[in-house]
Ligand binder design. Structure first.
Ligand code: MN
Length: 461
């Protein structure tokens, strides 16, 4: 049974509402592409998206058998993320600094009585695959997966809220297998519920505001609410509503919400799934998420995340963590970048400005600090401030001109990385630091040639 509630929509900023963001981007050239031809959610949708990945936001308006469109790509390019947050896209570091500020100045969510996410409520005969255009992406994937679901859970001991994104494989009409990586807060919370012998009530919001999406990957200590970070990023409290069937709250303007519970001590094999490295995950046990209700907007968008978006969501918050620890190690740190080629996780480039002789060597202390700041950081390259950390060609130039392997290489055998990268042995992998900075005492020898500054436009008229 489905029923509709009336709802009034107020004006929202781009970071605080997915629809406002889509509208804003639609008004600009080449930012949104709408695929009107019919596309199959099984394999075809992912195949088409892959050809466009990194470019525009893609709206699949006609997914075969569904009335609900699929949308993807808000976080597939960094310039766009900066613009949605009202930042200067020509300086990518602003995004890192803005998210860092948000960690320090959180804005608590505000509970409201009703929200657009409840315009339609389905409580009986829940059927995930009938209702939602859930894709089967790669040819070797085990099944259909929800990839942009933000899990809202509460610690059963403390009541503290936690947000996190997990892949979820459809198992039956109202059941999914929910994958939890090692060390995730949701796993800690679930094991508490299992010790108490009770199910863990969770809500999964699919299609949330960019600020909420971005904050759900923030690196916070257990017990701290990621929604406070989202509020700070969007500059106003996130409005939340109570769920109908469980003790949880979700953003009022979410597109789709699944309410239900993780069953205690019932784990089933999940996977394989095309994971972030572009390879298949190994089959491993996952808890069962039993869905009690689906609520959604009257004309919802169904958000689906592909690889590059996952790299970006992880990478931005990873940079925040790395920058903070590196800067604490020494203020000579200028900029940090987790590269897209390394899935926004494994390779960090960090620039430093050595101003006095005593700064020499600190770049290597910083490299070691970055290994500690982010488990997945396996390669850290230190460059001088004249090298653009976002331009890999520039970074390679620094390696070619300033790096000597016998003197500038730091190896840490068998540290901990992410278990999903296939080269790791259950998460164990060696780390490599590269000091590609010029020795302070020999600065002149490494100085780049300077040229007159001209305004090219004047010469092309
Ligand atoms: Mn958390």
């Amino acid at each position: 049974m489905a029923y509709t509630r009336l709802h009034v929509v107020f004006m929202l900023s781009y970071a605080s509402d997915l629809r406002a963001a889509l509208e804003f981007l639609s008004s600009r050239k080449d930012e949104v592409i709408r695929i009107r031809k019919p596309v199959d959610a099984k394999h075809e949708l992912a195949a088409v998206y892959r050809m466009l990945e990194g470019g525009p936001v893609v709206v699949f308006e006609n997914v075969k058998g569904y009335k609900i469109p699929v949308v993807s790509g808000f976080f597939s390019n960094r310039r766009r993320v900066s613009e949605l947050l009202g930042l200067d896209p020509s300086d990518p570091m602003q995004l890192t600094l803005r998210c860092g500020e948000a960690l320090a100045n959180r804005v608590k969510p505000r509970l409201v009585g009703d929200g657009a996410c409840k315009e339609v409520v389905v409580k009986s005969e829940v059927n995930l695959m009938k209702t939602l255009p859930i894709m089967k992406a790669a040819l070797g994937d085990a099944g259909h997966y929800i990839t942009a679901g933000v899990v809202f859970a509460k610690d059963p001991e403390t009541g503290n809220r936690n947000l996190s994104i997990h892949r979820m494989q459809v198992k039956g009409p109202n059941e999914l297998r929910l994958h939890i990586d090692k060390g995730r807060h949701l796993g800690v919370i679930l094991s508490k519920a299992e010790r108490m012998g009770v199910p863990l009530e969770i809500a999964v919001a699919v299609g949330v505001a960019p600020a909420v999406m971005l904050s759900s990957t923030a690196k916070l200590p257990l017990g701290e609410d990621e929604l406070g970070v989202a509020g700070a990023i969007q500059g106003e409290p996130v409005e939340i509503v109570k769920c109908d069937t469980i003790n949880a709250e979700v953003p009022a303007n979410a597109e789709v919400v699944l309410e239900g519970e993780l069953l205690p001590d019932v784990w089933e094999d999940e996977g394989p799934f095309q994971e972030y490295p572009g390879t298949y995950s190994v089959v491993s046990p996952a808890p069962i998420f039993r869905v009690k209700a689906i609520t959604h907007r009257s004309t919802p968008l169904f958000y689906t995340v592909f690889m590059r978006e996952s790299h970006m969501l992880r990478g931005i918050q990873g940079e925040v963590a790395i920058y903070r620890v590196a800067k604490d190690t020494s203020p000579i740190v200028q900029k940090v970048h987790l590269t897209m080629g390394s899935c926004g996780r494994h390779h960090a480039v960090i620039s430093v400005k050595k101003e006095i002789a005593d700064h020499e060597g600190l770049q290597r202390n910083i490299i070691c600090a970055v290994f500690a700041a982010m488990r997945e950081a396996d390669l850290v390259i230190a460059v001088d401030e004249d090298v653009d950390v976002y331009n890999m060609s520039e970074v390679e130039w620094a390696l070619a001109t300033r790096f000597d392997a016998a003197r500038g290489l730091i190896l840490v055998p068998d540290a901990r990385s992410h278990e999903i990268t296939p080269v790791s042995r259950e998460g164990i992998r060696s780390k490599m630091g590269i000091d590609a900075t010029a020795p302070f005492q020999m600065k002149d020898r490494f100085r780049r040639a300077e040229f007159l500054k001209v305004d090219l436009k004047k010469y092309l008229e």
